[in-house]
Write a protein that binds this ligand. Structure first.
Ligand code: ADP
Length: 303
């Protein structure tokens, strides 16, 4: 059984359903990917590496992970902290606004409270958010861990998921993003992220920035425009069927990554995997929330 460890932060998600009502669930970029990966490749062992508190919401998250068959062997407790939280409000025009309470969450301490680093794993996944929430000393520890894993033959997978407010400034973000790309075997750059962070306006800009890092598999997402893949065999453009009934694009990229990796780890080639990732993302954006009901996803059948 192939072993995957996904590192990051899962938060409490509160969605306004009316002026007075909130719906509570759990979400976060890397957690969303873990869920969509495991749902689409149930034969994999998927562990989530994070820290949670000792509060009742943290316990509920552990239970939710169990329901998704995600291993909690890499979930650490941080007694003096709670889970991070975000709230989403959708206005009458369908525009979403987010508010976050995550600066002192338990997950920001993960590398400080981790007692048993992951080992003997096939794939390690992290994002720019996983890096951004850590202080500098923990970031250094993370990259030491990644180097050790990579030396042992583990594939490293990275998605920048650039969130400006989590970084001091663009320069700091670029420095750590580039270090992350340097450490990656598979990377999922997004068109919007690269425009905001580096000012790249097209795929050529993105790919020429990434070429020096020697990434084996670059999978560039660009909404409904299509997926651009570069690997040792060449370049591939995979079309995406445009979804007209878009309800909520939260987690589109995370769902794509989960579907893509599920297919790759099941032996599919890069173009088959991109088509499958796009199919999963295309279903997710037609439903509200980051994590949609598992029954809806049953329509996604791997080629
Ligand atoms: P991110 O969420 O990382 O910004 P994108 O917006 O590029 O990523 O979306 C990720 C994936 O979701 C795309 O590669 C595509 O497969 C799918 N997707 C996003 N928007 C649409 C859309 N309007 N129609 C169909 N698929 C979409």
């Amino acid at each position: 059984m192939k072993k995957v460890v996904i590192f990051g932060e899962c938060m409490v998600e509160l969605v306004s359903t009316s002026a007075t009502d909130l719906k509570k669930s759990f979400a976060g970029d890397t957690y969303n990917t873990a869920v969509y990966l495991k749902r689409n490749a149930p034969g994999l062992s998927v562990s989530y590496l994070t820290a949670i508190g000792e509060d009742f919401l943290s316990n509920e998250l552990l239970f939710a992970m169990g329901e998704e068959q995600i291993n909690t062997d890499q979930v650490y407790r941080c007694s003096k902290r709670n889970l991070g939280l975000y709230m989403v409000r959708t206005d009458s025009h369908g525009e979403r606004t987010f508010a976050y309470w995550r600066d002192s969450s338990a997950a920001t301490q993960t590398l400080n409270v981790m007692t048993q680093a992951p080992q003997d794993i096939d794939l390690f996944y992290f994002s720019g958010i996983s890096v951004a929430i850590l202080d500098t000393a923990q970031r250094e520890k993370l990259f030491e861990l990644i180097a050790t894993l990579r030396n042992d033959g583990c594939q490293i997978v990275f998605d920048p998921n650039y969130r400006p407010r989590l970084w001091r400034d663009k320069q700091e973000a670029q420095q750590w993003m580039d270090k992350s790309y340097q450490a990656a075997d598979i990377a999922f750059p997004g068109g919007d992220d690269h425009l905001a962070l580096y000012g790249h306006t097209n795929a050529d800009d993105v790919l020429s920035h990434l070429t020096p890092f020697g990434i084996k598999e670059i999978v560039m997402k660009n909404g409904a425009v299509g997926v651009h893949i570069v690997n040792q065999e060449g370049q591939f453009i995979v079309p995406v069927q445009t979804v007209t009934n878009v309800v909520d694009t939260t987690a589109a990229g995370d769902a794509f990554n989960g579907g893509y990796l599920a297919a790759r780890l099941s032996g599919k080639n890069v173009t088959e995997s991109a088509s499958f990732g796009a199919m999963v993302a295309g279903i997710v954006i037609q439903h509200p929330g980051a994590i949609i009901p598992a029954s809806v996803l049953a329509n996604a059948v791997m080629p």
